[in-house]
Design a protein around this ligand. Structure first.
Ligand code: TYM
Length: 333
């Protein structure tokens, strides 16, 4: 019997420089999954324009992100890498799904509420519709699994609800996806406000460690990380700063948080912060060198994205034509 391979879908927005949270919560896990699953990994530039972007910078970041994907170990022979806007079915399926999604559901989304506060002068329809576009991304490829960080869990859950609703209304069509959230590294917090997630759009550069930061910068940021003052290296809810550093260390070494606690028992905060910084910087260094090498060859990246878009298009077209038939759109045949 031929076992059908499971399908994996995920994406990152080219809306800022990648942080170590994007890496440990998401991209790094995609690499291991490409061996076992049929994977589609997109650059979500249509999501990115729901907040203001500089057009030239958005285009530049799209290529940079593709180079990071490759540098982190994604293999275009093993997975489909493409840019969301190059596959028109994402927008088309969004329109159909919009008609079975309620305004109230979208207004209740945590990220919509946060971003509406942050961008009070630009609460646009796209921002509210963002989870529907994300559902369209996932459902177009009949994904079984969606590897994401904790902050995207609610969006994968609404994609499940939308899939089930469509199936109930129009008969079995979509697979109902499941989020994959790993134990370590799926919720890296800001180094300056450790009760807030580390975000690539944070205005304070000391709050984030970027994948592109050099060793001195990484260590300086960790040295300045906000912690408590009791000088005890332990994971606990009332010590968000130290707990975050332990989590980062665990995510970058493959150790558990308990092992990390043991390794640093009796160490002072200063030395601990430097050790975490060095560990992170040493993992990033070879990835950075590889990213710079790949980015220098724009033609190579362009070729991969073109081939990726063609493969994605084929899969997406199949799903969309099924959907159009189910909802009763005239197809001319
Ligand atoms: P984005 O670009 O905000 O983040 C990309 C991925 O990184 C994860 N992540 C984190 N993980 C751990 N700690 C953090 N501090 C941290 N910050 C971000 C996110 O959870 C995400 O997995 N809407 C998505 C992109 C998207 C998508 C999709 C994802 C578009 N379509 C379909 C999955 C499936 C987003 O804005 O991710």
């Amino acid at each position: 019997m031929i076992m059908e391979r499971k399908i994996m879908y995920s994406a990152v927005q080219p809306s800022g420089n990648l942080t170590i949270g994007n890496y440990t919560g998401s991209i790094r896990n995609w690499v291991t999954m490409q061996e076992e699953y049929d994977c589609f990994y997109a650059i979500a530039n249509m999501h990115a324009i729901t907040v203001k972007q500089d057009p030239a910078l958005l285009r530049k970041r799209t290529l940079e992100l593709a180079a990071w994907y490759l540098a982190c170990g994604l293999d275009p022979e093993k997975c489909v890498l493409y840019v969301q806007s190059q596959v028109p079915q994402h927008a088309e399926l969004t329109w159909v799904l919009n008609s079975i999604t309620y305004v109230g559901e979208m207004q209740r989304m945590t990220q919509f509420k946060d971003k509406s506060q942050k961008h009070a002068d630009n609460i646009n329809m796209g921002l509210m519709d963002y989870p529907v576009l994300m559902a369209a991304d996932i459902l177009l490829y009949m994904a079984d699994y969606v590897p994401v960080g904790v902050d995207q869990k609610q969006h994968v859950e609404i994609a499940r609800d939308i899939a089930l609703r469509f199936n109930n209304r129009y008969s079995e069509t979509f697979r109902v996806p499941e989020p994959i959230i790993l134990k370590t590294g799926s919720k890296i917090m800001s180094l300056q406000e450790p009760t807030k997630k580390m975000s690539k759009s944070d205005e304070n550069p000391n709050a984030c460690v970027f994948l592109a930061d050099d060793k001195d910068t990484v260590i300086r940021k960790f040295k300045r990380a906000v912690t408590d003052s009791d000088n005890k290296i332990a994971f606990s809810e009332d010590k968000p700063g130290i707990s975050n550093l332990l989590g980062i260390y665990a995510a970058f070494t493959g150790k558990t948080v308990e092992e990390a606690e043991k390794a640093f028992a009796g160490t002072g905060y200063g030395d601990f912060k430097v050790a975490v910084g060095e560990t992170v910087a040493d993992v990033l260094a070879p990835i950075q060198a590889e990213q710079a090498r790949i980015l220098a060859d724009k033609e190579y990246i362009g070729g991969i994205l073109k081939a990726g878009a063609e493969r994605a298009y084929k899969a997406a077209r199949k799903t969309l034509s099924k959907v159009y038939r189910k909802v009763g759109f005239y197809t001319g045949d």
